[in-house]
Design a protein around this ligand. Sequence first.
Ligand code: 13P
Ligand code: MG
Ligand code: MG
Length: 381
Amino acid sequence: MRLTVSVIKADVGSVGGHTKPSPRMLDSVRAEVSHAIESGLLIDGFVSHTGDDIAILMTHVRGSGSCEVHEFAWNAFLEATAIARGSGLYGAGQDLLVDAPSGNLRGAGPGVAELTFEHSLSGVRPAESFMVFAADKCGPGAYNLPLYLAFADPMYCAGLMLPPMIKGFSFHIIDMDNTAGDSVIELDAPEDSYRIAALLRDNERFGIDRIVSRTHGEPVAAASAQRLHAIAGKYTGKDDPVALLRNQGIFPAPEEIISPFAKAHFVGGDARGSHVMPLMPVPLNTAVTGLYCLPIVSCVGFSIDRQGRFSESHTDFFDNPAWDEVRSRAQRKALEMRSQGWSGAAMLPYSELEYGGFRDTVGGLVERFRMREASEPATVE
Ligand code: 13P
Ligand code: MG
Ligand code: MG
C-alpha cells in the first residue's frame, strides 16, 4: 500500500502562560482522532504535546497534502481552541492563522511534516520504524545541524560508510524567506556537503524540507520548515518545528539520528521568540518551564504493522537517564548565555527579532539619529 505518515502540530492555547495545553484539550483531540479512525479517514493516530504545542501523528492512504486529512486536523485544533477559550487559557487559537484554510494546511499556521512511501514490509524495508521530533520555543531551522550531522557526517553516523548508505542522501532545502511559495534547492551529500552547510548554517532563513536516500530513492526525513511570522506578516508565536524520520536498515539507526542532539546546540527563539538558547532534549509531554523559555525537543519512536497501524507501544527516546547529563549541559549553557542578558549573541539580530515591539522601540530611536555637523567638535572638551 502507498502509506502516508503525517504529523501536524499547532499551539492553540496553554495553561498558566505558554507552557502546555490542558488535559481537556488533549482529550478532545484524542476523541477526534478516534472518530477519524472509526470512520476510515485515518488508519491510526497518536496525540501528544511538547511544551504548548499539540502534535497529531497519523497514518493514512490519502497521500501527502491530503485536504481531508489536513481539514480533519484543523477542525480538531478548532475544537481544542474552543475549550482553551472557554477556560481562559493563554493564546487560544494562536497558530490558526487563517479563517478557513483551503485544503492543505501548509502556510495556514500549523506545522506539517509528511512522508509517503510504499509500505509492504518486504524488500529493502522488511520492518518500518520511524521517529517523530517536536520542538517548542524555537525556530524552524532547529533541526538543521542535527539532521546534517546524522545524514552527512560519518563522525555521527557510522552507517554512512555502509553499502546501503555510502552514496549518501539528497537534501531538499527550503528558502523560508520566500513567502511566494515553496522555494526549494536539492543538494547531494557528500559531494555538496560544504554547500549544504553554507545554507543550513542560517537557521532562520534556510531549513531542511526533506531528505531522500540516493541509493533507493526512498524519502527518509521531512521537517516542517516554514516561518510563522513570514506567513502571518507579524509575530504570532514561535515556529516550533516537527520532523518525521524513518530509521534502521537503509537509513541511519535511532542512535545515529539522536546523537547530535547531545550537543544541546544553540537555537533562536526562546523568550519572546527573540533570544538564543540551547535546545534541551526532554521526554514527551513536557511543559516549558525552564528559564527564558529554554527550548525543548522530544523524540518518540514507532513501528508500523502491515495494515499501517502503529505498534501498541512507543519509545520515548529522551525519557532516559542517559540524557540527564545533556540536560544538565543545556542548563549550564543556558545560564551562561543568560548571564549576558540582551547583549550581542544572546539575542537574535534586529532583522530576526520576533516581537514587533522590540523593532518599534529601536525604530523610534533610529528616527531620532542626526548627522553631526562637520564644524561640531566630536567630543566635548
Ligand atoms: P510559543 O510559540 O511556543 O507560544 O512561544 C511564544 C513565545 O513568545 C515564547 O516566549
Ligand atoms: Mg504558545
Ligand atoms: Mg509553542
